[in-house]
Design a protein around this ligand. Sequence first.
Ligand code: ZN
Length: 88
Amino acid sequence: MQLFNCPFCGPRDQSEFTYVREVAPVPTLDDSQTTWQAYVYERDNPRGPHREWWHHNHGCRQILELVRDTLTHEVISIQAARSAGAEK
Ligand SMILES: [Zn+2]
């Protein structure tokens, strides 16, 4: 069991959250098909700290931005995605 410390709900089991995707700028409707294809299908898959969006779907229903180590699963930081400035 792993706990995520939601900034709104406090420590909660990871099973309450759903992985959304890695943090990336969302293309605009005017962007090319190639840009959209890269956004939807391409992933960096890094080794080590990785910025990710998670949805607290069984809690506050907020989108959160985590920095998570992909080797150890340690959550280095967690905050609301909107306060991180990650959403358009
Ligand atoms: Zn929450």
